[in-house]
Design a protein around this ligand. Structure first.
Ligand code: PGA
Length: 254
């Protein structure tokens, strides 16, 4: 069994229509360098339709950065899974640390969002987990990550529409990437958790690393046994960097 390498761009609250065009052109131009890699772009939701038009003929998937935990109704400012799907999204990031920290993504809310996404046909939930610097210092990394997995996935029976992103909070946007060994150790623990919960299907779930992945450190991270690709923030806003990261992921398939 081989897991398809996966690279996801998380634009956060950045980018514009001009960058959609530039990035889509760069990805098209270099697509032959990473034929085995699944590439997903998660722009701000208002740019999904522009992306959908820009990559109509390309093998590029689109994702949203969050979703509401309800299917529809009086939730001003929010987006449901079906609205995001209509705008072209087939992936949704869930439980990103910025949302956990600043936008009220509690464990029960994240679990409710996971079940919304899994109930939608052809949608994949990308669950983000990771510890703070203080938790790592106190050697709580495994316990924190396991608790986040249990809270979000406790009620989930199947894992075919699931991706996990390990993103240590201290590495996000700081330039302080986890070393490949540090990341692999946590990925292996996540892999074990998934196989205990889902049986052999847990071995097929892709586990991404996120946190200051750049063109020059991607290859070493992607060389690790359980690092199936990356969730890329800052470096996904520069076409040359992002293309180089996608190309680094191609080596996993050889
Ligand atoms: P970064 O962000 O690559 O800028 O560290 C990653 C993320 O938050 O998903």
């Amino acid at each position: 069994m081989q897991r398809q390498p996966l690279v996801i761009a998380n634009w956060k609250m950045n980018g514009d229509r001009k960058l959609v065009t530039t990035m889509a052109e760069a990805l098209r131009e270099h697509a032959a360098d990473y034929p085995a890699v699944q590439v997903v772009v998660c722009p701000p939701a208002v740019l999904l339709e522009a992306w959908q038009q820009a990559v109509f003929y390309d093998q590029i998937y689109l994702g949203a950065q969050d979703v509401n935990e309800h299917s529809h109704g009086a939730h001003t400012g929010e987006h449901s899974c079906s609205l995001l799907a209509e705008a072209g999204a087939s992936f949704v990031l869930l439980g990103h640390s910025e949302r956990r920290q600043w936008y009220g993504d509690s464990e029960p809310r994240i679990a409710a969002k996971v079940s919304q996404v899994l109930a939608q046909d052809n949608m994949t939930a990308v669950l983000c987990v990771g510890e703070s610097a203080e938790q790592r210092q106190q050697q709580q990394t495994f316990a924190v990550v396991a608790a986040q997995l249990a809270a979000a996935l406790g009620q989930v029976a199947r894992c075919e529409q699931l991706v996990i992103a390990y993103e240590p909070i201290w590495a996000i946007g700081t330039g302080a990437t986890a070393s490949p060994e540090q990341a692999q150790e946590v990925h292996a623990m996540i892999r074990q958790w998934l196989t205990e919960k889902f049986g052999s299907a847990g071995r097929e779930v892709r586990i991404l690393y996120g946190g200051s992945v750049k063109a020059d450190n991607a290859a070493a991270l992607f060389a690790q046994t359980d690092i199936d690709g990356g969730l890329i923030g800052g470096a996904s806003l520069a076409a040359d960097q992002f293309v180089a990261i996608c190309t680094a992921a191609q080596t996993r398939s050889s």
